[in-house]
Design a protein around this ligand. Structure first.
Ligand code: NDP
Length: 247
């Protein structure tokens, strides 16, 4: 008997941070992995080299999640580049803009919602036409979709809370095909977006039960479980990986 075909995954925003950790972990678990990036081609190619070092195939795709054609088109490019199937979509690409409510110019509102919500929706819509039976959709939300511990988060929390609704509706829509949809809410995770030595780091650590930042790998392990065969009966659900931020 021959080994089962490798699974194929698409991780948006896989050039750095949480997305890069997820991409590498899925490859270690046996998937061929495409990642998207918007600006950092060198970082994306470095992640591809690490994926390939596991023996899997890697593919870096420049695609701006804020651009509707890019966000939708990345699915076909993944399928074309990695051998015709798609088993796992990880909606990770996102941007953070914090500030007082009265600050946000409409262009910032549009850009953040375009990346964090519209892009996720359009990539998922395209992926749903390609996902194999038993496929997996894992979306990266935020602890701020559940609890907002202080001022400044209006726009960001709006965008991440929208993804909870998307996840639950997807679970209902795709369940009959055995496709699951779940959302993972990271707490403070040490990345370029939120460095553990940044000006707001101490306050964030203090808001967790564990008293520290998390590592991107600690989010990737939850995504890996939800992407696995073992999680076949888990759908429409929210998972905190936040050191107890929501406790
Ligand atoms: P980083 O800023 O470290 O990395 C962001 C990644 O997304 C990069 O790969 C970047 O590509 C890509 N990206 C950004 N904008 C776009 C775009 N328009 N189109 C395509 N790709 C894009 O972020 P994190 O790893 O910290 O965050 C990942 C996710 O986790 C986000 O959704 C974030 O909101 C969420 N999150 C993060 C938390 C944290 O504390 N770090 C906490 C809770 C949630 P490039 O390298 O080309 O710029």
């Amino acid at each position: 008997s021959s080994a089962p075909a490798a699974r194929t995954a698409l991780v948006t925003g896989g050039s750095r941070g949480i997305g890069a950790a997820i991409a590498l972990r899925l490859a270690q678990d046996g998937a061929d992995v495409a990642i998207t990036y918007v600006a950092n081609e060198d970082a994306a190619q470095e992640v591809v080299r690490k994926i390939e070092a596991t023996g899997r195939r890697g593919l870096a795709l420049r695609a701006d999640s804020a651009d509707p054609a890019d966000a939708a088109g990345v699915v076909e490019r993944t399928v074309a580049g990695l051998g015709g199937r798609l088993d796992i979509l990880v909606n990770n690409a996102g941007i953070g803009l914090l500030g007082p409510l009265e600050y946000f110019p409409v262009a910032d509102v549009g850009q953040l919602l375009a990346v964090n919500v519209q892009g996720v929706f359009l990539t998922t819509q395209a992926a749903a036409t390609k996902l194999a039976r038993g496929g997996r959709i894992v979306t990266i939300g935020s602890c701020m979709a559940q609890r907002v511990p202080g001022p400044g988060g209006t726009l960001y929390a709006t965008s991440k809370a929208a993804l909870i609704g998307l996840t639950k509706a997807l679970a209902r829509e795709l369940g009959e095909r055995g496709i699951t949809a779940n959302i993972v809410h990271p707490g403070p995770i040490d990345t370029d977006m939120n460095p553990a030595d940044g000006p707001y780091a101490a306050g964030q650590s203090a808001m967790t039960a564990l008293g520290r930042f998390g590592a991107a790998d600690e989010v990737a392990s939850m995504v890996a479980f939800l992407s696995s065969d073992e999680a076949a009966y888990v759908t429409g659900a929210e998972f905190s990986v936040d050191g107890g931020h929501a406790a």
